[in-house]
Each structure stands twice: as structure tokens, then as C-alpha cells.
Design a binder for this molecule. Structure first.
Ligand SMILES: *Cc1c(COP(=O)(O)O)cnc(C)c1O
Length: 385
């Protein structure tokens, strides 16, 4: 399995990527190397590992798995998605400019505007579904284009291949936060992106039991710098976290298939419900970018957003009434979650151009029975009625 893993289908890669029988014992699953340091046989002579911030075999397995799943050459793991994003942004120098999609994760917006802007990096948040707007937004100092697709929580799609071409024509590099789709549904490097970013906390880990992040690239020069930064800044994941994430990856293909089935069933149910004002789901023909979703993604995913009649008051009642859907932030786990972005995940963008309506509900469909999920929502919606 060690050579030519790209020749395998995604389901196979998810099980095998990065993981080799342990050279010492033959253990089939990569051991948790719970150590901070590694013995040297002479000064500077070791088996590739000297100190665990710089490298750890469990982390190496995870990094290789992540690179393979995205069809990339190099992967790096971090202690959180935000740590990965922060490390990538260190490629941008003071005085340079970053173009950002106008619907990004609240924490990303906070990092860009409340932390990195203070170090002299310029950010513009623009409507990236309009390619003319993108083309006109470049400046001579634009170093990086950053987007999420589908976005959180409005599930807007951006055309990765078209924006990659524009970024490169304007001398910029291009990063895609692929957290919502996961590599099972969308592989941005294959569409021209230079960097893929993940909060592995979500679909990649998949079990709501570990926080982590990742950066994947094919650009050797950038990777060398990012690897240096990973060690220099030090926001690395521990071996136990790497193990849990590797374990989650084994079932990524299976889980995403069920997330997509449940997402579609739930979205279709909501679209017909009188208490619902509007459903946003890339797998519904009513989605403004339904065609792009078909072209760019292997499936519409497990995230569904919808607005309800009766404002935030009704939205709060519904989110409190579900039983299977747990009221909680985060997404992408095996269990279904429900939340109100405005007062919860997107509280940090209130009063900004990224603010979202109070009657918006976001659900993360887990891998339970789709019929049970629909029954639970039907009950909550009628109770709110
Ligand atoms: C959760 C999330 C992040 C941040 O990741 P953490 O692991 O929570 O630090 C970044 N981008 C998106 C799209 C996310 O959903």
C-alpha cells in the first residue's frame, strides 16, 4: 500500500492513507507515541524524530493521510482549525492584501479583523459568487485569496476553478477552507487551489471528540515555510488527538454518504413545511447554485440552513424543542446538532457585514436514521406552531 495510493478510490484511501503497520511491532493501527522527546544514539543522530513539537510518528501518519485524501503532496496538522488558519496567514507580510469571501466562519473573521489586521495585513470581504466583483477586487499587493465553500452558515457556493485562475492571473495564491465539504465531496487542489485548510474537528474527525486543524498543499516552497512555522509557532496536536482523527478518517466516506442522504431528506421535508420560510441546501434545485454544486461537489453535504416564520423567538423555540438534534455549536459529527447562528456561532460577527438573520437555524445532519430526524423536526416545528 505504500506506493501509488492515488490510484485507489476515495473509500479505500480513507481506510489506508498514511497508515502502515508499525515497523517495530507490526501493530496494524498507528500507535499513540505519547512522548515529548526521542533518544539520540549520538549527538544529532536519531530516527527522524528529536522533539515532539517538531515531529511525532502519530502526527506523521495523520499528516500523510490528510495529504493523500486531498490529492496533495504535503499535509500539516495543527491543534485546531484556527491554529492552521493563523499559521497559513503568516505567509502574508505586513502591507500585503488578502481577498476574503464575505461569508466565512465567525472565528476566521475575528482572527482576520481583530488580530491580523492589527499587524498591518489588509483584508477585503467581497461577494465571491459574482466573478466580476472578484476580478475588480485585486490590488497589486494582493497576496492571498481566501474562501469557504459551501459557506457557513448561508451555504453559498463559490466557483473554485474560476477563482483559482483569477488569483493566479493576478499573482496571488488561493486557499480554500474545505471544512464543510470534506475531501469526500470536494478536492480544491484538483480544481486549482494552492492550499486546503480544514477544521478536522468537524467531518474529518467526525465524532465530536477532538479539536484539530490541517493545511494541505502541493507547493513545496510554501510547505517548507509552513512546516518551519508549524514548529516555530508550535500550535501542534498531541498524539492522542492525532490518533482519534486518524480513526475518524477511516469511516469518512461512509459517513459523508449518510450525511448527504440525511441532508437531502431533511431539506426536502423542511421545504414543504408551512412554518419554514426558506431552506438553503445545495442539493435542492431552489438553491441559486444548484448547477455549480453538481459540477464542483460529489454530494450536497449534511449541513442544512433554514429561516422560519416568527423571527428569532420562534427559531429559539424550535431549536429548544428537538430531541435528537442537540442544541450545540460545531458540526460534522455522527450525531445531529441544531443551532441559531446569530446568537451562537456567529455572535462574533453581529453588527458586521457578515451578520446573519435571527430567524436562521443551522442544522448538522448526523448519521442517524433520516426518518427519525424528520420526525424529530416535525415534532419541534408543530410544537412551535
Ligand atoms: C470550526 C471551523 C473553523 C475553526 O476550526 P476549530 O477547529 O474550531 O479551531 C474554521 N473554519 C470552518 C469552516 C469551521 O467550521
Amino acid at each position: 500500500m505504500s506506493t501509488n495510493k492515488q490510484a485507489f478510490d476515495f473509500e479505500t484511501l480513507a481506510v489506508h492513507a498514511g497508515v502502515e503497520p508499525d515497523p517495530l511491532t507490526g501493530a496494524v493501527m498507528t500507535p499513540i507515541y505519547q512522548t515529548s522527546t526521542f533518544a539520540q544514539s549520538d549527538v544529532g543522530v536519531h530516527k527522524g524524530y528529536d522533539y515532539a513539537r517538531s515531529g511525532n510518528p502519530t502526527r506523521t501518519a495523520l499528516q500523510n493521510a490528510l495529504a493523500t485524501l486531498e490529492g496533495g503532496r504535503y499535509g500539516l496538522s495543527f491543534s485546531s482549525g484556527m491554529a492552521a488558519i493563523d499559521t497559513l496567514l503568516r505567509l502574508v507580510q505586513p502591507g500585503e492584501h488578502v481577498l476574503v469571501g464575505n461569508d466565512v466562519y465567525g472565528g476566521t473573521y475575528r482572527l482576520f479583523t481583530k488580530v491580523l489586521a492589527g499587524y498591518g495585513i489588509d483584508f477585503d470581504f467581497i461577494e465571491m459568487s459574482d466573478l466580476a466583483v472578484v476580478e475588480n477586487a485585486f490590488r497589486p499587493k494582493t497576496r492571498l485569496v481566501w474562501l469557504e465553500t459551501p459557506t457557513n452558515p448561508l451555504l453559498k457556493l463559490f466557483d473554485i476553478a474560476a477563482i483559482a485562475d483569477m488569483a493566479h492571473a493576478n499573482g496571488a495564491q488561493f486557499a480554500v477552507d474545505n471544512t464543510f465539504a470534506s475531501p469526500a465531496l470536494q478536492q480544491p487542489l484538483q480544481l486549482g487551489a494552492d492550499f486546503v485548510v480544514h477544521s478536522t474537528t468537524k467531518y474529518i474527525g467526525g465524532h465530536s471528540d477532538v479539536v484539530g486543524g490541517a493545511l494541505i498543499t502541493n507547493d513545496e516552497t510554501a510547505h517548507d515555510r509552513l512546516k518551519f512555522l508549524q514548529n516555530a509557532i508550535g500550535a501542534v496536536p498531541g498524539p492522542q488527538d492525532c490518533f482519534l482523527t486518524l480513526r475518524g478518517i477511516k469511516t469518512l466516506a461512509l459517513r459523508m454518504a449518510q450525511h448527504c442522504r440525511n441532508g437531502l431528506q431533511v431539506a426536502q421535508f423542511l421545504a414543504d413545511h408551512p412554518a419554514v420560510e426558506r431552506v438553503i441546501y445545495p442539493g435542492l434545485e431552489s438553491h441559486p447554485q444548484f448547477d455549480l454544486a453538481r459540477r464542483q461537489m460529489a454530494g450536497p453535504g449534511g449541513m442544512v440552513s433554514f429561516t422560519v416564520h416568527g423571527g428569532e423567538t420562534q427559531a429559539r423555540i424550535i431549536a429548544n424543542k428537538t430531541e435528537l438534534f442537540t442544541l450545540a455549536e460545531s458540526l460534522g459529527g455522527v450525531e445531529s446538532l441544531i443551532e441559531l447562528p446569530a446568537p451562537m456561532t456567529h455572535a462574533s460577527v453581529a453588527d458586521s457585514p457578515l451578520a446573519v438573520p435571527g430567524n436562521l437555524i443551522r442544522i448538522s445532519c448526523g448519521i442517524e436514521s433520516g426518518d427519525d430526524l424528520v420526525k424529530d423536526l416535525a415534532h419541534a416545528l408543530s410544537a412551535a406552531g
